[in-house]
Write a protein that binds this ligand. Structure first.
Ligand code: MRU
Length: 356
């Protein structure tokens, strides 16, 4: 793995395929440093996902797809055994993080492509190129999808509204635009003024380090608050809507997202503020019945106790550090997808989204 420094004024892309390698923005270093890593193996990609160098549900799916491409790049397998290699790399990459379903969705898509290539007897050299094209297609589709999500979401917002978001579901978490942040980029293009409040999002500060950074860079009106200030700004009447991304939506409409999302949803309900969730169809998992069935990642205690580069809690204290929580469907006003905006009853309406 090698590193490349970039000028702060350039438009930031979370990841891109470049010269036979995956060029990936190290999000752990933001906002202080802009460094692109050159990843050349599935092991590099696995570690980048696990260590949050790349994070956000769609972005980790795209990264993992490229990880599969890197896995077979130097393979000398013949077309018979080549598919088994793809599957082995995909299974390995799937162990990097458990909650965001986009990771498994993207890997399944790569496996399905490899299956087709094997069935059609495509020679390994040609199949490798086709697999790269598939990963690039996943990335391009994500960008187009997010723009559509942004268009639908923007119909819910009016000039002058204050909107709160939690974590980072922006361009950095996706191929471009983001999901929850997409309407803010589109509003900017259309001269609609929205005032965004970004929760800092403890413990690893995706809101402060990433959302505040990317919106400020783009010229969106963004104000950073600590997580425990959300109720206060709502009570002042400054927030007319909440919009967040998600790592997985269960078949009944329960939503897994960054830890703290549930508290924001409860606060929104208490203040009669609509709570919107923005996501592509690839984040909706009809095979997971309810939120209780979504695996919640638990991360290292150091993220909580040495969170700001220094020890902020006594050595050895017990720490509980779940990375995500579940917002029950009754708190979700609507789910905004590339196919439009859906509301309760989610069990029926989510199913219909895939049937139509
Ligand atoms: O732990 P992270 O930073 O990967 O968590 C990210 C989130 O919770 C996002 O809100 C979610 O993945 C949606 S990104 C479009």
């Amino acid at each position: 793995m090698s590193k490349e420094q970039q000028d702060k004024s350039e438009v930031l892309q979370s990841l891109r395929w470049e010269k036979d390698a995956l060029s990936l923005l190290d999000q752990r270093l933001l906002p202080e440093e802009i460094v692109y890593l050159r990843l050349t193996s599935p092991q590099d990609v696995w570690a980048a996902i696990r260590e949050l160098k790349v994070r956000g549900a769609p972005a980790i799916g795209i990264a993992a797809a490229y990880g599969v491409v890197l896995g077979v790049a130097d393979s000398i397998a013949d077309s018979q055994t080549w598919e088994a290699e793809v599957n082995r790399h995909a299974e390995y990459l799937a162990t990097s993080r458990p909650t965001a379903v986009n990771l498994f969705w993207a890997l399944d898509r790569m496996k399905a492509r490899a299956r087709n290539l094997a069935l059609s007897g495509t020679p390994a050299a040609e199949a490798k190129k086709a697999l790269l094209a598939e990963a690039q297609l996943i990335q391009a589709e994500d960008e187009a999808t997010n723009r559509l999500i942004g268009e639908h979401a923007l119909t819910l917002f009016k000039d002058g509204m204050g909107i709160l978001t939690h974590c980072n579901a922006g361009g950095l978490a996706t191929a471009k635009y983001g999901t929850a942040l997409a309407p803010f980029y589109l509003a900017l293009e259309q001269g609609i003024h929205l005032k965004v409040f970004a929760d800092e999002t403890r413990p690893v500060l995706q809101g402060a380090r990433l959302t505040a950074f990317e919106l400020q860079q783009a010229g969106v009106d963004v104000t950073l608050i600590c997580d425990n200030m959300a109720g206060h700004v709502m009570s002042k009447g400054w927030i007319q809507a909440v919009i967040v991304g998600t790592d997985r939506v269960a078949a009944n409409g329960d939503v897994a997202n960054k830890i703290g999302t549930y508290s924001v949803a409860v606060l929104a309900k208490a203040h009669n503020i609509p709570f919107y969730v923005a996501c592509p169809l690839s984040t909706i998992d009809l095979s997971t019945p309810t939120g209780a069935d979504i695996p919640i990642e638990e991360r290292h205690a150091d993220e909580v106790s040495i969170g700001f580069g220094k020890r902020t809690a006594p050595q050895g204290v017990a720490v509980y550090n779940p990375a995500f929580d579940i917002t029950p469907n009754e708190y979700v006003t609507a789910i905004i997808t590339e196919k439009g905006i859906i509301q309760a009853p989610y069990d029926i309406n989510l199913k219909n989204l895939f049937n139509n």
